[in-house]
Structures are given as C-alpha cells and as structure tokens.
Design a protein around this ligand. Structure first.
Ligand SMILES: [Fe+2]
Ligand SMILES: [Fe+2]
Length: 399
C-alpha cells in the first residue's frame, strides 16, 4: 500500500498569480512517479491546474478542492528532452567537447538547453581545428596586459627630428597601420563562424582584434603627431595582406598571419623599439610587441595541438606558403619606401656613417626575422632544411 501523497494547500493564491511556483517547488522534491495533491480556494484552481499539468506533462486527476498531479519524468515540462551543453568552467581539456552540436546555439557551455534546433550554423565547430590548450591562460594574460594608450604613452614627450627622418617614421607608421588592419580583420572574420562552445577561443580572438584596434590607434596617432597626412600605401603590400584575408582555412590563415607574419613583426617591433629616433615611437613599438607575442603564442599553441591530431596538416601548411609565394611572385614585396624609411629611421640623421649603420641594422633585422621564422617552423615539426626553405618563401612584405 502506497503512502498518502503530500498535500499542498495554496489557500487563496491562484495558479495564475504565482501559485505555480509553489507547485513546482513541491514537485521538485518528488521522485519520478510520485504524486502531489494541490488544493485551495481559488475558484479557477482546478481548470488552471489541468491546463498547466498538460503543459508540464504531468498526469492530472481531479479531486475535491483541487487535483492530484503525478510526476512522470525527471525533467518537468518543456525541459524534457533538454540536454546539458558540456561542462562549464574550468576550461580543462575534458570540459570542452570534440564536436558540440550546432543546435546548442548560443547556449553557455554547461547550460541545460531546451530541445530544439533553430538552424544555427557554426562552420568552425571542431575542437581539433580550433582548440589551444593554453587558451584560458592566454586569455587571462591578455586581459591583465591591456593598456590604455592615453596613459601608457607620453604623447607630449619633447623631440625634434630632421624632416626626412620624421617622414620616414610617418611612412613606417602608415605601413604598420595597413598591416595591423589585416591583423584585425582576419580574427574578426573567423570569430563569427566559431561555435560558442569554444568560449575561450572566442574571447581570445575578440581581445586580439581589440589589441589590433589599439595598435592602429597608436600608430595613427604617432604618424599624425607632427604631420597632417600619412604616407604611401602600395599595391605590393596590399596584395600580400589580401592573401591573408582571402585564406578561408582557419589553420592556414593563422599559420600565415600569426606564426609567420606576426612572428616577423615581433622582430620588426623590437627593431623599432631599439632604433626609434624618438621616445613615442620606441614606446608604442614596445607596447605593441608585448601584445603581438601573445598573438603568436596562441597560434603556436593551436597549431601544435592541431598538428598532433592531424598528420595531413603539416604538408598543407607548407603548400600554403608555396602557393602564397607563387601568387605574390609578380609583386615587388616590401616596397622600397618602407625599406628606405626603416634605414633612415634607424640612422636618425642624413649622414653617411649614420646611413651605413641604419642599413646594417635593417639587414640584421631581416636576418633576425628569418632566424625567428625558422625557429618557429622547427617548433612546429618542420625539418631544418624545410624550415629554411619555407622561411625564404615568406612574403617580402613581412606580413
Ligand atoms: Fe598588432
Ligand atoms: Fe597581432
């Protein structure tokens, strides 16, 4: 003989005025198959209970003064058939699923998602392709390292440069802005296609885009500090950057942009920090370089993991460098305006010994870029000769 079911007396409270909360609360305490008697004085109580029970998929039996409800499922009402969208934080390797279904849509990782499919499409939805084991750590680092250009840079630091050297700085800034714009657009394009389950990757790429927005700001501000207009933009430089924007594959795009391009920019920003003829240029190169190191680190962490899971990726990376080289063959690469501007910027003066020193510094920069690229390629598992060959095919635009 079963025990008498618990009884909930709603008194004057109608189901349409909040009474359902008390009913739900009482039902939650019941095991599946358990029953609850609900009684009260509201004249519509029984009719309302009947309709509500249908919605919630509860068995309903009328009784004097109310009704008896029976719980048939572990989840009530529309939550039957719902599923848990993976585990919430921490973002340990096992809380992130290999292939979360697109039907989870925008649900927070770890949320219980009502059954249904609104037709969300996330073309980038596989952990193998997206994930980096350092994602959460790099995101924390990125947030802790944000800087405010208004505070971090002394824009009123006094300096006076020869006209040609100031022009050279403006030309280099113009070139940097163009490259930073590509570096903003590439992650931004991929961001909108990534399954939100990979939350840390979304967050990191969003901050990366914000970093680039800040770089664009400070380089623009330095360029226009003493001059009303910016410098030159060449077809060769833009053709190189367009190949980055046109690359549809996530791994290939970040290999070309972040490992090879931003990797080369790390050397360039270090060069600018060391050889800048003025304190503002030195400071903004230093600050941007710290951000760039993170962008490179994310791509390296992601590609190392991806390579470990996909034996076909390494030859695809090599082929991407080759085909980019072929498509840029007709282009002159780094424009002589930028090359000459770098020499002059490092020289600081229009005198033979200074120019000679500037020229040597730019040659050393190119060697430094090449060595760093080869090192990163070897870290990604390329043999030294292959790394050397691929580095030599890298765009002469640096990015
Ligand atoms: Fe940047
Ligand atoms: Fe970057």
């Amino acid at each position: 003989m079963s025990a008498k079911p618990p009884r909930l007396d709603l008194g004057e409270l109608g189901l349409d005025r909040g009474g359902h909360l008390l009913v739900k609360h009482a039902l939650r305490a019941l095991p599946v198959g358990g029953a609850l008697e609900v009684v009260g004085h509201d004249p519509h109580l029984r009719v309302h209970l009947q309709a509500w029970a249908r919605q919630q998929a509860l068995a309903f039996t009328a009784m004097p003064g109310g009704a008896r409800l029976e719980r048939a499922d572990t989840l009530l009402g529309r939550w039957r058939g719902a599923e848990r969208a993976g585990k919430s934080s921490p973002a340990g390797a096992d809380s992130v699923l290999d292939e979360p279904p697109a039907r989870w849509g925008l649900a927070a990782r770890g949320a219980t998602v009502e059954a249904g499919d609104l037709g969300f499409e996330f073309p980038l939805g596989r952990k193998e392709v997206l994930w980096a084991d350092r994602a959460a750590e790099l995101y924390r680092q990125a947030l802790a390292s944000q800087w405010d250009p208004a505070v971090a840079v002394d824009w009123s630091a006094p300096f006076e440069l020869p006209d040609e050297v100031e022009d050279a700085v403006v030309q280099v800034m113009t070139y940097l802005i163009e490259n930073e714009t590509a570096a903003l657009l590439v992650p931004a394009r991929f961001l909108a296609r990534i399954h939100p389950h990979f939350r840390e990757i979304l967050q990191l790429l969003a901050v990366q885009a914000a970093d680039e927005a800040r770089h664009i700001e400070v380089f623009t501000r330095r360029a226009t500090l003493k001059r009303p207009e910016l410098g030159l933009s060449t077809q060769g430089g833009q053709a190189s950057l367009k190949t980055l924007l046109d690359e549809p594959d996530y791994a290939l795009a970040f290999f070309l942009l972040s490992v090879l391009g931003e990797g080369s920019f790390l050397s360039l920003l270090r060069f600018l920090h060391e050889h800048a003829p003025d304190p503002v240029t030195a400071r903004i190169a230093e600050l941007s370089g710290v951000d760039e190191a993170r962008h490179v680190a994310l791509a390296m962490a992601h590609l190392k993991r991806h390579l470990a899971h996909d034996p076909h990726l390494r030859p695809r990376l090599a082929a991407a460098v080759e085909s980019r080289f072929d498509s840029l063959r007709e282009m002159s690469g780094l424009n002589e305006e930028v090359f000459d501007a770098l020499v002059l910027l490092a020289a600081g003066r229009f005198e033979a010994d200074a120019i000679a020193r500037g020229y040597e510094a730019v040659l050393a920069l190119k060697n430094d870029m090449d060595a760093a690229r080869r090192h990163r390629l070897e870290q990604l598992g390329f043999a030294p000769e292959e790394a050397e060959r691929l580095s030599s095919l890298h765009t002469r635009n640096f990015m």
